[in-house]
Ligand binder design. Structure first.
Ligand code: DC
Length: 225
């Protein structure tokens, strides 16, 4: 059986950055489950599928077969042979992804895909419901969070490079809106999984956070198995 470490948390909490670095350090594969929701959303936009056409939306998510390639030394995500890495976090995709992620049909389809990926090799998977719904039996679960203001500041820093008109206040408002959408939806809302270790990164840098995760890993049943 492959080991699985789960990292959940709200948007821009740093879980993907930390998860990837942590995975590289301990030799696990890293999967950001949010990418699957974003890829499906991108295709829904591409094919102009109405957001209430759940049959067509389900077909798109079922067929989802992304490729993860190294291009110029960086991880690139390809779908239907197109490199979509740079548009996965566009405002259009940001807007519709929480809507599609709230459909039970979409979540059921992605649950099977995510469980399959995690069963193949040792994996760190990040998302909103990984420790609670996808791998509830995981022996090491983290919940990484930070204040909305700090998370908005981090997102503003990366987003303002692409959109110079964007203000910090807009990003803060959008961050709070996404928190509300993710935590109040009826199906698999964002929540702290049972037995998860809570790490608040509001006043912690990447190195310190990484060290904390490593310490828990070394003392966990996974490491000592
Ligand atoms: O982590 P992210 O910002 O890339 O996630 C994009 C959207 O997908 C966000 O609205 C939450 C949703 N999501 C989810 O519902 N469950 C997951 N396991 C991962 C992401």
């Amino acid at each position: 059986m492959a080991n699985i470490i789960t990292i959940d948390g709200p948007s821009a909490s740093g879980k993907s950055t930390i998860g990837l670095l942590f995975a590289q350090k301990i030799g696990y594969q890293f999967i950001d489950s949010g990418i699957f929701y974003r890829l499906g959303s991108l295709l829904v936009l591409k094919y102009k599928v109405p957001l209430n056409d759940i049959i067509s939306i389900s077909k798109i998510f079922k067929k989802l077969n992304p490729k993860f390639n190294l291009i110029n030394g960086r991880q690139a995500i390809l779908i239907e042979d197109e490199n979509v890495t740079s548009i996965l976090h566009s405002e259009k995709v940001n807007k519709i992804t929480p809507i599609l992620a709230a459909y039970k049909q979409v979540r059921d389809i992605l649950k099977i895909k995510q469980q399959k990926i995690g069963s193949i090799s040792n994996t760190i998977m990040a998302g909103r419901d990984i420790g609670s719904e996808i791998f509830p039996e995981s022996k090491l679960k983290f919940y990484i969070t930070a204040s909305p203001e700090v998370r908005a500041k981090r997102r503003f820093k990366s987003m303002s490079k692409e959109n110079s008109k964007l203000t910090y206040e807009q990003v803060l408002e959008e961050t709070k809106k996404r928190d509300y959408q993710d935590s109040t939806r009826l199906i698999s809302p964002l929540r702290i999984p049972d037995k998860a270790i809570i790490i608040d990164t509001t006043k912690m840098n990447i190195e310190k956070t990484l060290k904390k995760l490593e310490d828990y890993y070394i003392n966990s049943p996974i490491f000592n198995a």
